[in-house]
Write a protein that binds this ligand. Structure first.
Ligand SMILES: [Zn+2]
Length: 292
């Protein structure tokens, strides 16, 4: 009789398991979870600024003006994730979730300046860092292998030598110079033990805005401080947008004010997007970038 009970118990177990098994919900459908909502998470990111071997070709840490641009960009970057209520565009959302003014995501931002013309030059290279045999693979490996270094999301700033001479050295403002854009990130995936983002040709953009856009009739003679603000705004939003992808957010093109809209005009993030980023941070390969 005892054995019969055990056999019956074993036979009914799968049925019990089946009836209690719930359909797995997608992250966007997760109910309001106050613990994740209230949780502060700090993520380590590392800005890798590639310069030519002689130290030119990109922002220079010793240049006062460049230093100020980088510092303001870093400040704005954290601001985007901590204060987005004023950019609210509720028209795009169902109202199902509450809107968070503060994602409670913070970024500990390191920087690294590397002098290497080969790595600096993105001409004819894949712009997306998830490509096989990407040209910065070796550099990324060596940064990640630095003894004692805590892992971080590496954000690479490279430039195109093809346009550098015309735009920066010769201050050529011709509209025919079409500098390739296309910032690109990886998705969080347990297949990878690294995470990187590529932001190409920002120093070229900085120079063209300074030399060609500021004080020009085409842009109503807006002076350099005004144009500098446009640049900073665009620079920090684009990097934040790519970071959104790195934390698992897709595009949201219905809402022009959303950080994840293609082109990145706004900085709004909905509560479900914030929750998804945090959930990915807690459960996927990007977990290793959380500062304890
Ligand atoms: Zn995008």
């Amino acid at each position: 009789m005892r054995y019969l009970c055990i056999i019956l118990a074993i036979l009914t177990l799968p049925c019990l398991a089946q009836t209690t098994k719930k359909k797995k919900k997608l992250p966007y459908e997760f109910p309001f979870d106050s613990s994740i909502e209230e949780m502060y998470l700090t993520v380590r990111i590392n800005l890798v600024i590639l310069q030519r071997s002689d130290g030119t070709g990109n922002f220079d840490e010793k240049n006062e003006e460049h230093r100020a641009v980088l510092n303001e960009m870093k400040w704005m970057f954290n601001e985007i994730f901590s204060n987005n209520r004023s950019y609210l565009d509720t028209g795009c959302y169902s109202g199902k979730y509450e809107v968070s003014a503060d994602s409670k995501l913070r970024f500990k931002i390191d920087e690294m300046f590397i002098k290497n013309t080969h790595y600096w030059d993105n001409t004819d290279q894949a712009l997306c860092p998830d490509k096989q045999n990407w040209y910065l693979d070796h550099l990324d490996d060596s940064i990640n292998a630095i003894p004692g270094r805590k892992p971080s999301i590496n954000i690479y700033y490279t430039e195109s030598s093809r346009f550098y001479k015309a735009l920066v050295l010769d201050k050529n403002c011709s509209d025919s110079l079409k500098v390739p854009k296309g910032a690109c990130s990886m998705w969080p995936s347990d297949k990878y033990d690294y995470m990187r983002i590529h932001i190409p040709n920002y120093f070229l953009k900085y120079n063209s805005m300074k030399n060609c856009v500021a004080n020009s009739a085409k842009y109503n003679f807006v002076d350099w401080p005004g144009v500098r603000w446009w640049f900073l705004d665009w620079y920090s939003k684009t990097t934040a947008h790519e970071l959104g992808h790195a934390l698992g957010l897709a595009h949201r093109n219905k809402c022009a004010e959303n950080l994840m809209h293609v082109g990145t005009y706004g900085i709004f993030l909905s509560a479900d997007e914030i929750r998804l980023m945090k959930q990915n941070l807690l459960t996927k390969n990007i977990r290793r970038y959380i500062e304890e």
